[in-house]
Design a protein around this ligand. Sequence first.
Ligand code: HSE
Length: 429
Amino acid sequence: MTGTINVGLVGLGTVGGQVAERLLTWGPQLSRRAGVELCLQRVLVRDPKKRRAIEIAPELLTSEPADLLEDPAIDVLVEVAGGDEPMRSYLERAINAGKHVITANKMVMAKHGPELLDLAAARNVDVYFEAAVGGGIPLISTFRTDLQANRIERVSAVINGTTNYVLGRMAVAGLSLGEAVGEAQAAGYAEADPTDDIGGFDAAYKLAILGSIAYEIKVRPDEIYREGIEGIEPVDFRYARELGYAIKLIAHTQRHPGRVEARVHPAMVPLDHPLARVEGAENAVFVEGDLVGQVLLVGQGAGGRPTASAVVGDLIDLARSIRRGVQSRPSFSFDDRITVVPMGEVVTRAYYRIRVDDRTGVLAAIGHVFAEEGVSISSLIQKDAWSQDQTAELVVTTHPAPDASLQRARERMAALEPVRAVSAFLRVF
Ligand code: HSE
């Protein structure tokens, strides 16, 4: 074996601690696979004096970014700290200084990935980001190498573990959203402020990265239609089961001529679809390519050890390329002409739960709205009227229709005099 590759690590938290430990305790095995020695040279932390679970030589720690970014001895910057700035700038500085970059930062890669990849190509270095989406599940390398002979037709994913855990607990234990989020926080899945996960923001960042890589286009997070799981109530899980569905937060992208769909929202997923069976905090990504057909990738989408697996795997791959003096992975060329389909034009099926006054003509009025919007009803359930307040609950599923028509039907029904509320609206996948 010849040579050493020096690594600067940014962040020594849940993921960084595991990355450092792997590098420090598994050196010979990693070096044998990489063909060079991988040396952890410096670690950037906020507070070098803080007590840590991992045993690490104090002289490796620094709170000064320049100690990594401006040290010519460091070949590779590994960033696992997260958040937008200053991390985007650190990555940019490292690339400009001729360093290769490995990052687990989904926010930076979702918002600025194409620009960083372009800059890296111009500087003849590489950006690896397997850990930015789906933790330990090999997704980026799958698209970037194994599926590159394909035209990717669609990618559908359960890509947020927190919401999948929460929805699972609502479905199985009948918990309210608040109770299930409390459980997820106690189990260490949900953050103290769960907005990023519950609101679908985290999934939208991940879909932006997956869509960009799958189609080699620039999918920006703010172009992705996004809805979180806030409106779902325990009763919706009972109706879903009765109708043969599970409720999941789905991130979906699909190719159309000259355009792609890209959307994140809760959806009713048929029970025989593989995504309906993703349990707990696991993630799953269902890919369809024109040559390969359907592929399902499942695993732990977060956590220190699975994410470190992706980071250190990238490092070994990169080290091999550096040793051989080649860029073993294809670079990207993003097609700027492909745009995202506005949600209103997306054709989908829908589920409505509607509370109505239990009186003559209500069904006719609702049927009239659907007919006028060109939406065909697929199924209709009405449970016995509630004698206390003379209301009834109607559940309607539709055949496929443009989302704008489904939304107009929802608004027009809510405005009907005998309709108390359209209490739930979900797309059917
Ligand atoms: N909060 C994310 C999730 C993990 O629940 O899946 C980090 O991307």
